[in-house]
Design a protein around this ligand. Structure first.
Ligand code: XLS
Ligand code: NI
Ligand code: NI
Length: 441
């Protein structure tokens, strides 16, 4: 079903459908078949795709070396609220034509903000009313909302970690309105990405105090949302740097320790982004595994970086090996805890056809669908999990089991070593497992 506003923004492009592997149509899915059941669940329910408002309908292709290259027809009107409604018409037209079940936004993506808190709240409220209608007409749902606490100049030293309390309070006002909007729209989760919550120089920074403020801020926001009846999950999105030199939410392990230290584990989980993992010097798979092992695998921001440079290029995911290995971890963890797959990815500065946004999302969705099918096949049909389980068999019985149960002293371990003599070499079989993945792709 295509729902249109007054005007069609992506004219000439119709509903994107599943056509399968025999299709040569670039405007069709070859792998993503939303109703196909994989491992007992539909693809739609496994993947829970979301479109990111900021990259798709706000990001204009500008970079530090040049201005906008994407000129949007929905950006024409002078009045902020009217302009935002056009943008929302375009967004829902795109999301519906793509058959993407969810979307995600920052407050300032939905409608432009000025410097007056009351006026900003009024604008956001007008668009929340409009979004309610659009969601009801289309069936598209809100995966998560968030507040942009990094673009305005007042946040140049951070928001929740700003040395000036006055700025922190402005951040809180914005978070309150973004939470209200998320709740009013039935948003299933709420995200905190600490864009400038970190430092540029340690020389002027009290790191301990800033982190305590961040924890207090998160508690305060969480308590407010719970009081308003919000039942969803809060996600922290780790990133090591950019725009600050060092961000406090460095990676999954750092945030997991932070949540534990400040008693936030019950309400907060992680939203992991591929390109943030690589910036932290990890693979995405590493970040997923750390989160899964701590019960914190909430949601993901799908994209990819560029191996030759060191910033968040936010390209659409196309790497089938990386995504298959990721889906293996996600499936073994039992899926996302409340979240889904948000395309926090942008088309390139020189991708200037309206069709490019469709190709980008089709490619991303097909890559994940193919990764899901492949990972499920590997788990069902190959000895992939057995190979790993068998490596640890020596802990399943006898002295190894006693060690796991905490029954052996250091002297006992020494005694065992002497009795058993030199251990035999046991292969880790890495190449065998790499070949297994490629065989099923
Ligand atoms: C930026 C982040 C941002 C968050 C939402 O690098 O990925 O887009 O996902 O604030
Ligand atoms: Ni992100
Ligand atoms: Ni990012």
């Amino acid at each position: 079903m295509i729902t249109l506003g007054q005007k069609e923004f992506f004219s000439g492009i119709n509903q994107i459908k599943f056509e399968g592997l025999e299709s040569d149509n670039p405007m069709a899915f070859r792998w993503y078949d939303e109703n196909r059941v994989v491992g007992g669940k539909t693809m739609k329910d496994h993947l829970r795709f979301a479109c990111a408002y900021w990259h798709s309908f706000v990001g204009n292709g500008g970079d530090p070396f040049g201005g906008p290259t994407h000129v949007f027809p929905w950006d024409a009107k002078a009045d902020a609220v009217e302009r935002a409604k056009d943008k929302m018409d375009a967004a829902f037209e795109f999301i519906t034509k793509m058959n993407i079940p969810y979307y995600c936004f920052h407050d300032v993506d939905v409608v432009d903000y000025g410097d007056d808190i009351n006026e900003n709240d009024r604008r956001l409220q007008a668009l929340v009313d409009y979004a309610k209608q659009k969601q009801a007409e289309s069936g598209v749902k809100l995966l998560w909302g968030t507040a942009n606490l990094f673009s305005h100049k007042r946040y140049m030293n951070g928001a929740a970690t700003n040395p000036d309390f006055h700025v922190l309070a402005h951040g809180a006002a914005q978070v309150k309105a973004a939470l209200d909007a998320t709740i009013a729209l039935g948003g299933e989760n709420y995200v905190f990405w600490g864009g400038r919550e970190g430092y540029m120089s340690l020389l002027n920074t009290n790191m301990k105090r800033e982190q305590e403020h961040l924890a207090k801020f998160l508690h305060t926001a969480k308590d407010y949302a719970r009081k308003q009846g919000f039942k969803g999950t809060f996600f922290i999105e780790p990133k090591p740097c950019e725009p600050t030199k060092h961000q406090y939410d460095y990676d999954a392990a750092t945030v997991s320790g932070f949540l534990q230290k400040y008693d936030l584990l019950g309400d907060f989980k992680l939203n992991l982004e591929v390109n943030h993992a690589t910036l932290a010097g990890h693979s995405f798979q590493h970040e997923l595994q750390v989160a899964a092992d701590s019960g914190l695998l909430g949601s993901i921001d799908a994209n990819r970086g560029d191996l030759q440079n060191g910033w968040d290029t936010d390209q659409f995911p196309t790497d089938i090996n990386e995504i298959t290995e990721s889906m293996l971890i996600i499936l073994q963890a039992g899926g996302f805890q409340g979240g889904g797959i948000n395309f926090d990815a942008k088309i390139r500065r020189n991708s200037t056809d309206p069709a490019d946004l469709f190709y980008a999302h089709i490619g991303g969705m097909d890559t994940f669908a193919r990764g899901l099918i492949t990972a499920d096949n590997i788990l069902q049909k190959s000895d992939f999990t057995k190979v790993r389980t068998d490596r640890y068999a020596s802990y399943d019985s006898g002295k190894g089991k006693e060690f796991e149960e905490g029954k052996l002293s250091l002297e006992d371990l020494r005694e065992y070593a002497i009795q058993q003599g030199e251990p035999a070499a046991i292969s880790g079989r890495q190449e065998y497992l790499e070949n297994t993945i490629n065989r099923y792709i």
